[in-house]
Design a protein around this ligand. Structure first.
Ligand code: 5GP
Length: 129
């Protein structure tokens, strides 16, 4: 089972942003930006582009709803989308609040937020979902 499946099952804690019966959104534990969110299918599938056609379409529509919630909760110009999957073999869409190009740079020092801050960020996005 992947680490993200354990998160979906609640076996590993996460800062939940949103979910429905097929998808789950939660804050990245090592954020590049405040509000950096991962959107995953609950079904275990390694690679985004291995998802079934209806699944990837629904995944993107769910991510769109999450992106609008992030935009409403976190001051930013737009919400950027990134897919890498080099680390965790469970398809995930990164959503990143953007003000400038550098906000998509995964090589810059990542941000640190306290447990309380992460809870507050997740709650502020969840409230807008
Ligand atoms: P990628 O697979 O797209 O290259 O990177 C995986 C992403 O998942 C990273 O941004 C990393 O910080 C995040 N990540 C890895 N393990 C966990 C975890 O246990 N919880 C959360 N919330 N994020 C994680």
């Amino acid at each position: 089972m992947t680490i993200f499946s354990k998160i979906v099952k609640g076996e590993i804690p996460s800062y939940k942003v949103a979910e429905d019966d097929r998808f789950y959104a939660f804050l990245d534990i090592n954020p590049v930006a405040k509000g950096h969110t991962l959107v995953i299918p609950k079904r275990e599938v390694d690679y985004l582009f291995d998802e079934e056609d209806d699944e990837i379409a629904a995944h993107m529509v769910f991510a769109k709803r999450v992106a609008h919630a992030i935009k409403a909760a976190i001051p930013c110009t737009k919400v950027g989308v990134c897919v890498m999957g080099l680390d965790v073999p469970h398809a995930h869409i990164h959503l990143l609040p953007l003000v400038n190009e550098g906000d998509m740079d995964f090589k810059k020092p990542h941000l640190k937020f306290s447990d309380e801050e992460m809870k507050a960020i997740a709650a502020s996005i969840a409230e807008k979902f």
